[in-house]
Design a protein around this ligand. Structure first.
Ligand code: SAM
Length: 233
């Protein structure tokens, strides 16, 4: 069943914009065809196309069901700003791996400056990855400051701080019962000594991912995958 992002209004759904172009011009779907529409509320809406106009497709909602692929656990990934294309990869993989919240922040060694308008681009990547991996909830994404990151990170029950060179071996099987997990990864240059000291004050698990120094995006994706799989997300 082809998946589209649309608006749900009671018994009807509408599909517009790029989603409509894909439905009509790429997949060449027509009146009578059935598709799944999602709007980010976590449900799959089985719909039938009833009318396709120039700028809008109208569908009737046949049934609604909860989607089992949504993020079940509250897993937040905090990553310091890295190069644009690497960050885009992290956004896409975070959705696939069931991350609920992605927080991007600047730290002392970040070479990338955070710009609000990038959120629109990230939102598109989130929507596309959500359809691809058959989730029906949209991962939330926010740009935050280093101090807000510290505050939010500290609030999670299990805090995994990826700390190359100084981290310790961690028994990931303890995540089996975890429902509220935060993952923290630095940028290409890592964290400064002062930043590391501030992070350690939140009393995280100070984790090594092995002796090899991984790219920031590799560390973020690896730890997201481990946290998601071990916690049964
Ligand atoms: N500049 C740092 C250095 O050379 O020591 C490397 C930073 S690394 C490229 C980027 C981020 O990935 C780090 O801040 C850390 O969060 C994570 N990371 C990379 N390799 C890691 C490892 N072996 N164990 C734990 N975290 C790792």
């Amino acid at each position: 069943m082809k998946r589209f992002i649309g608006k749900i209004e009671k018994e009807h759904a509408i599909i517009e914009g790029e989603e409509l172009t894909h439905l009509r011009n790429v997949l060449r779907l027509n009146v009578g065809d059935e598709v799944t529409v999602i709007n980010g509320d976590g449900c799959d809406y089985l719909c039938q196309i009833i009318k396709i106009d120039k700028n809008i497709a109208f569908l009737s909602v046949k049934s609604k069901k909860n989607n089992k692929n949504n993020a079940k656990n509250n897993i937040s990934l905090f990553i310091s700003a890295i190069k644009r294309e690497k960050l885009e990869l992290v956004v896409q993989k975070a959705v696939e791996l069931g991350i609920k919240n992605l927080f991007i922040f600047e730290s002392q060694f970040s070479t990338m400056k955070l710009k609000g308008e990038k959120i629109i681009r990230y939102q598109k990547i989130i929507e596309s990855a959500t359809k691809q991996c058959e989730r029906a909830d949209f991962m939330k994404i926010r740009l935050i400051s280093f101090s807000e990151m510290l505050e939010r990170f500290a609030q999670h029950k299990v805090k995994l701080f990826a700390n190359e060179r100084e981290g310790e071996e961690f028994d990931f099987s303890v995540l089996k019962t975890a429902k509220d997990i935060a993952i923290l990864v630095g940028c290409e240059g890592g964290f400064s000594a002062q930043e590391k000291a501030q992070i350690l004050q939140t009393k995280p698990q100070n984790i090594s991912l092995g002796n090899r120094i991984l790219r920031a995006e590799t560390a973020a994706i690896l730890l997201s995958g481990i946290a998601s799989l071990f916690s049964g997300n």
